[in-house]
Design a protein around this ligand. Sequence first.
Ligand code: PLP
Length: 352
Amino acid sequence: MIMSRFWSPVVHSLSPYVPGEQPKQDGIVKLNTNENPYPPSPGVLAAIASATDRLRLYPDPRASALRETVAAHYGVAPEEVFVGNGSDEVLAHTFQALLKHDAPLLFPDITYSFYPVYCGLYGISYEEVPLDAAMRIEIADYRRPCSAILLPNPNAPTGIGLPRKAIEALVAEHPDRLVVIDEAYVDFGAESAVPLVARHDNLLIVQTLSKSRALAGLRVGFAIGQRPLIDALERVKDSFNSYPLDCLAIAGAVAAITDDAWFQETRQRIMASRQSLIRALSELGFEVLPSVANFVFARHRSHSGADLATRLRQRGVLVRHFQKRRIEDFLRITVGTEEQCSRLLALLHDLV
Ligand SMILES: Cc1ncc(COP(=O)(O)O)c(C=O)c1O
């Protein structure tokens, strides 16, 4: 391992996040990073093209046009919206601005693997709360001393969702603890907790345009919460980078949120493909968790996850496999186009 005496002490202890593979060669069926298989709204490309006139200038540091668009779409005030360079950046600022306290932060043992990475970066203590035997988040298990609670809904990589009523019970039960809900995949069939924000000052919702709006490459995420929470994020952001969103990203994101017809059509297609994929995988002998996301989490009754992932890769199909206790036999498979799903299923048919 490379090291240097010039490193700040914290660098030695970091365990950086490892993103899913982005292959260079063409022709790979990419079902490993939960991207949208369809392109973004054509309006996004037109908006980006016309924004190029402004490349000479710094972008709006407040990204007001985007905050107003998000606010209007979700029925909140622009001051209740924070935007950032992908929801990863929004989450990073959340960890630093709102989740660093004396007691540990709680999140599930099986969840988005960036959470412990941010804890390492910012020196935040945390406890992992085990999912139950059915791989579900059990709200009652979060009744323990903590500084805050962070849950993805639906959870990743399981794809299992929690009803809004359960989130509301959690938020009401912990009025002096911040509850952060990461809704990266919420548009594929889960219930958003955004309507609860008006009633609860301890709730922050984080969303992304990378998945349901097909803009992973543009890097846009946002948070919705009451004003003091948003002000904390703004303070950290303005102590870090005044312009996290460039003018092309702001223009493209506004256009994506505005084109509701495109959004509805593509997400419905993905949800329909997911149900066919779940049925077909079950027929091939997989146990598939009940997903409300744009991916499924499945294990075969007689083949190891690592082995299947390797064999699929050799045949040009990438899926995600995690070498982690409890889930080492699972594959996380992004719902692709109908053709991509058929290719995956044809290969699995020969392999299992
Ligand atoms: C649960 C979850 N949250 C947040 C993100 C980050 O998404 P982005 O930074 O692209 O907005 C991801 C990405 O895969 C995710 O799975």
